[in-house]
Design a protein around this ligand. Structure first.
Ligand code: XIL
Length: 416
């Protein structure tokens, strides 16, 4: 059976669940017995992790003491839990943030460090300084390390689409450039980056293909080419299609059509990433539920790749999504909590996280990971998108890295 047609079996879920129980017992043991038991648990964890590339994230060496107190442990029977990390975090410049990342998460995504504009700023210049730090960070901490992203219309320099005279490239020339970029970047991190967001945001809101420069110059098959090149560069890497607003029925239907067409052509695609830039009112839970059911029916894994829940008012319905080109000037009326989040809104955020996670939990069999887009509220891009200079509170940790009420709510809601 071809790899892209199955939701992978995850025997580790059962094993890790047993380990969690065992670990909570270990905490009450005498030190010498505890040490022996931890060694045994560590080997069992490692056996569990040998099962597939994804399970490497579960080899959590020093996990035993924090196993009952972290997001990654709490949801270990359901999915990996991760965060996007930025350049400072990959360089470990803030000690307490570093400790938080290591304690709470077992998968990471680079917020910007692997985007084309960072890694390949000029035709003959690659700069891997930050991306190398990022990948080393993931390896050092046994985290499932994600690559984000290979082909996107944003954060990609204009020169990519032009020849030396500034004229649009031919299809053949742009394909050659795409292949060279993917081959260079993916093979550099072969065996280290375990899953790639190969193509990001190729769909319009109505589910049709976005008329990006990639599509204009190459044609609709730019997507299958990108997946094929990525697979050639690292045949063991998981390959994902990633987009925002995939809970919307028309857009999720478009994503399903896209994935089916790749599958029908034998192009390797292993998962769909639902970005998850949400708010207190979006998405409607039934739509999210339906979208996850639809993607599971395709035999691929779903992942929540960029979760954050804004508590701020949206300037208009048009900004609901994650189009990074939206860059509105600050309006004070739309920045209601510059000095702290009132209790009522804090409670609303907790309730919202709880209901969104209840949908994730319902679909845990097909969800491989849930990744937050940022570690704490100070790091979140939502402070500046879609409007610059606001104070938002979209994550589970506050500006001092302290767990918020939403964190405690999730950690006390029984998982299915
Ligand atoms: C965002 C980053 O968080 C910002 O720092 C950057 O300025 C713009 O991009 N969808 C994606 C992410 O796939 O890469 C975007 O990240 C947010 C929307």
């Amino acid at each position: 059976m071809s790899r892209q047609c199955v939701v992978r079996k995850r025997p580790w879920k059962e094993l890790i669940s047993k380990l969690s129980v065992l670990n909570s017992k270990v905490l009450t043991m005498k030190p010498c017995l505890m040490a022996l038991t931890l060694v045994a648990i560590s080997s069992m964890s490692q056996a569990a992790t040998a099962m597939s590339s994804k399970e490497t994230a579960m080899s959590l060496k020093n996990e035993a003491v924090s196993l009952t107190k972290s997001l990654k442990a709490y949801f270990s029977t359901q999915f990996l839990v991760g965060s996007a990390i930025n350049a400072q975090q990959a360089k470990r410049t803030e000690q307490d943030t570093d400790a938080l990342i290591i304690a709470q998460f077992n998968t990471i995504t680079p917020e910007n460090e692997l985007k084309w504009e960072r890694i390949h700023p000029k035709p003959d210049t690659y700069d891997f300084s930050l991306s190398d730090e990022y990948v080393d960070y993931g390896l050092a901490n046994n985290m499932f390390t994600v690559g984000h992203t290979l082909v996107w219309h944003s954060q990609t320099p204009d020169w990519v689409f032009e020849d030396a005279q500034g004229k649009p490239l031919t299809r053949a020339a742009l394909l050659a450039r795409m292949e060279e970029h993917i081959q260079t970047v993916v093979s550099r991190y072969k065996g280290k980056i375990k899953g790639w967001d190969v193509v990001n945001e190729a769909l319009n809101e109505d589910g049709s293909l976005r008329d990006s420069k990639w599509r204009q110059i190459i044609g609709d098959d730019f997507i299958e080419k990108a997946f094929t090149y990525a697979h050639a560069a690292d045949p063991d890497a998981e390959l994902y299609y990633n987009d925002y607003n995939l809970y919307k029925p028309e857009k999720s239907a478009g994503a399903a059509r896209l994935i089916k067409s790749l599958q029908n052509k034998g192009v390797p695609v292993h998962g769909v990433g639902l970005q998850g830039h949400y708010s207190l009112t979006h998405p409607a839970l039934n739509e999210l539920d339906d979208a996850l059911t639809l993607f599971a029916s395709l035999g691929i894994e779903s992942m929540i790749t960029e979760l954050d829940i804004s508590v701020l008012p949206f300037p208009s319905e048009a900004e609901q999504g994650a189009d990074i080109s939206q860059d509105l000037a600050l309006q004070k009326a739309l920045n209601p909590y510059p000095n702290g989040l009132p209790k009522a809104q804090q409670d609303a955020l907790s309730a919202r996280y709880k209901e969104v996670f209840s949908v994730f939990s319902k679909h845990h069999a097909s969800i491989s990971r849930v990744t937050f887009w940022g570690v704490n509220d100070a790091n979140s891009w939502r402070n500046d998108w879609p409007m610059r200079g606001r104070t938002d509170y979209p994550l589970l940790f506050d500006r001092k890295n302290q767990p918020k009420p939403a964190y405690h709510t999730l950690m006390t809601t029984p998982v299915r």
